[in-house]
Design a binder for this molecule. Structure first.
Ligand code: AMP
Ligand code: ZN
Length: 112
């Protein structure tokens, strides 16, 4: 499958890994928007949050179980933000569901 994040998960494209378990992979965003900016993705290919259903939601559950571990390992003791962009209007550029974890400073209130 021609999917950038599937290739990163497979190790075919290099990434700065910060966390991995059997269902989840997390790595530093190549274009950080905050002092800490990582992407947390399920290893299973799901196109976006708009495609979550009862057949694939275990992968999303695993992501949200991993996020507090990722945040703790990155020292985000004061809070952080989790964002997932969906489709064209959501400005989703990679069509493998991913959750941006942003922090390391007081983030702007404006969500666009
Ligand atoms: P989105 O716009 O929500 O689809 O987010 C895609 C994110 O992937 C952007 O923040 C990019 O900076 C990031 N990104 C693209 N290519 C890579 C890569 N090779 N390694 C790490 N992050 C990437
Ligand atoms: Zn994929």
């Amino acid at each position: 499958m021609d999917c950038l994040f599937c290739k990163i998960i497979a190790g075919d494209i290099p990434s700065s890994k910060v966390y991995e378990d059997e269902a989840v992979y997390a790595f530093k965003d190549i274009n950080p928007q905050a002092p800490v900016h990582v992407l947390v993705v399920p290893k299973a290919h799901i196109e976006s949050a708009d495609c979550i259903n009862s057949d694939n939601s275990d992968a999303v559950k695993a992501v949200f179980e991993a996020i507090p571990k990722v945040a703790a390992s990155l020292g985000l003791v004061n809070g952080y933000r989790v964002i997932t962009n969906i489709g064209e209007d959501g400005c989703q550029s990679v069509r493998h569901i991913h959750f941006h974890v942003l922090g390391g400073k007081k983030l702007p209130e404006n969500m666009g």
